[in-house]
Every structure is written in C-alpha cells, then in structure tokens.
Design a protein around this ligand. Structure first.
Ligand code: ZN
Length: 108
C-alpha cells in the first residue's frame, strides 16, 4: 500500500475517470467482498461492511473500489483479488476526506 497526498489521489481518480457512485447498492460482485478486511492508511485494517463502509467509487465489473470507513478520514483504493477466495488489497490510501467534501460541493 502506498500513501498518497490528497492531490495525487485526486489526480489518480480523475485519470481513472472516477465517478461518484450514486447509490450504495451492493451488487453481486461487491457482495463477494463484504466482511473482508482491507488495509488503511491510518495504520489499521477496516472491515468492508454494508453499513460501515462508504463506497465512493466502484469500477464496473473489474473489482476495484474506492472505500472509506465511516469513522476514518482515509480513503482507500482497493482491488479485489481471487476467484476462489476473495480478498481485498489496498493499492493507495490517502487522508483526503476534506478534499473529497470540497470536490463533492464543486461537482454537484
Ligand atoms: Zn482507516
């Protein structure tokens, strides 16, 4: 896992054509990964749960998400791995909740 500056994380998301997920619907692919733990930039692991984790972004059908634990200021770019056992691997993490709030206001 690499910790990125908020600006760099934002740039990465823009490059990947980041789209805010409009709903929190858990689709079949996402469901595979519920209750799995993912590493977070805050130094702990969080568990991906329906109510405790915000899905900021979801890459369609490829098994990658931008997740944020509702009690944490870090946002994580997480990839799903594995077919027979589903695990989550954090690629990037960034302390950017405040940046994200700003972005949301700007892009309403
Ligand atoms: Zn955290």
């Amino acid at each position: 896992m690499e910790i990125l500056e908020a600006n760099d994380f934002m740039k990465f998301l823009e490059k990947e054509s980041f789209m805010e997920s409009k709903n929190q619907n858990i689709d079949w692919l996402t469901k595979e990964y519920l209750n799995q733990k993912f590493d977070c930039g805050c130094g702990t692991k969080h568990t991906f749960t329906e109510n405790g984790t915000g899905i900021i972004w979801k890459e369609k059908l490829s098994g990658a998400w931008v997740l944020t634990d509702k009690n944490c200021d870090y946002v994580c770019y997480v990839k799903g791995k594995g077919i027979f056992s589903s695990t989550l691997k954090t690629i990037y993490s960034s302390n950017m909740k405040s940046e994200y709030e700003k972005w949301k206001k700007k892009n309403k």
